[in-house]
Ligand binder design. Structure first.
Ligand SMILES: Nc1ncnc2c1ncn2[C@@H]1O[C@H](COP(=O)(O)OP(=O)(O)O)[C@@H](O)[C@H]1O
Ligand SMILES: [Mg+2]
Length: 360
């Protein structure tokens, strides 16, 4: 049994998803018999009057329901400005009150964060320096995987099939637009993404130049760099890898449109099939490719790679690696684990074991 702090929330566009993930992990770890608390990395936790003077470590064994106020997923983007206004001490320090102290009291911090800080390696680097043991990937692999441009460069270097694409800086985009020289060099249709986004936020398909400009404007709302990629028409898949071993391939088939934010998180919007109904040979190839990506990006604990299968050519392409994939029981990695006979609760414990085994 361990003292575990589930770290969730934050101020990224994926704040709500993270809280839902955190809640489910918290419940699973409690069922597994651990002493668990859940803290919002940004809002932190102030000891209530009744606990004044109590050592923070004792919170782990107090009978507190840490997840009762966590809302269900909302369709609109989280109100980040509203969240920021809740911090009475301003937001110079990303970590809310007592967060670091509580992390230091825990045996393991379960990273239930998504997007920006959390998935981009900065918190991991900070924790390394502070001697805090955490789940998931280290700072360097997280940072590279979070950046779709850098990921693409590595994919190319390692011969990992990835859609043809280019990067564009916001400053260059503004200049090209001003000069009337904005062109889509990868051709149409293309897909435009914020370089360091996630959950399909800032991702749009463009079929004509007007849409291309709109797609870029949307991506630049979230990042100063965009990735413009050849659009692959066909079926979509994802493959989790845990401790270097690929899990069964899952197919993701949105009922309408592509796998955007709504289709990712609205119940019933997407049909997911695991193991995917594809020939064994293709499944083995995609799994081997996911393991190759895991190695190339220096991933270490668990991750999930996204794939598109071109329906014209039958070729598959890896889109990206997710270093802190969704972890509700209906998320993709838990579904893949279930297909291998590993329950959600067992998967959560396995991830804790992997973190402990890293011996930071
Ligand atoms: N090159 C592409 N061709 C077709 N669809 C794509 C392509 N790139 C992304 N998509 C669609 O957009 C979704 C989000 O893109 P992805 O690169 O996985 O970024 P993220 O999940 O981090 O937002 C994918 O799940 C897929 O449905
Ligand atoms: Mg993705």
């Amino acid at each position: 049994m361990s003292k575990i702090l589930v770290l969730a929330g934050g101020v990224s566009t994926e704040r709500d998803v993270s809280l839902i993930t955190g809640k489910q992990i918290y419940n699973a770890l409690k069922r597994n018999g651990h002493d668990v608390i859940l803290t919002d990395v940004y809002l932190g936790y102030e000891l209530p009057e009744e606990y004044e003077g109590m050592p923070l470590a004792e919170l782990f064994t107090k009978d507190i329901d840490w997840v009762k106020d966590i809302p269900d997923i909302r369709e609109i983007d989280p109100d980040i400005a509203g969240i920021k206004a809740l911090r009475s001490d301003g937001d110079k320090n990303f970590f809310g009150p007592n967060v670091i102290k509580l992390c230091q009291e825990a045996d393991v911090v379960f990273m239930a964060l998504h997007g920006e800080n959390g998935e981009n390696g900065r918190i991991q680097a900070c924790f390394d320096l502070m001697g805090i043991t955490y789940t998931g990937n280290d700072y360097i692999s997280s940072a590279i995987s979070m950046n779709k441009g850098l990921t693409k460069d590595i994919f190319k270097a390692y011969d990992i099939p990835t859609p043809q694409g280019v990067r564009l800086k916001k400053a260059d985009y503004l200049k090209l637009k001003e000069d009337g020289r904005l062109e889509c060099s990868v051709g149409f249709p293309c897909i435009v993404k914020a370089c360091c986004g996630g959950s399909s936020v800032g991702v749009s398909i463009a079929n004509v130049p007007g849409e291309f400009e709109m797609a870029l404007a949307e991506a630049f709302k979230y990042d100063d760099e965009a990735v413009i990629e050849q659009y692959i028409r066909g079926r979509e898949f994802s493959v989790g890898v845990i401790d270097g071993q690929a899990m069964p391939v899952i197919e993701i088939a949105p009922k309408v449109g592509f796998y955007d934010y709504k289709n990712k998180y609205q119940a019933g919007a997407t049909v997911e099939t695991c193991p995917a109904d594809i020939p064994d040979e293709l499944s083995e190839q995609m799994k081997a490719c996911a393991e190759k990506v895991f190695k190339a990006l220096r991933l270490g604990a668990y991750a999930r790679m996204d794939f598109m299968l071109d329906s014209n050519t039958g070729r598959y392409y890896c889109l990206e690696a997710n270093t802190l994939p969704g972890m509700t029981p209906t998320s993709l990695v838990p579904q893949e684990a279930a297909a291998m006979g590993i329950s959600f609760d067992k998967l959560c414990d396995r991830i804790i074991e992997l973190a402990k085994g890293k011996g930071r």
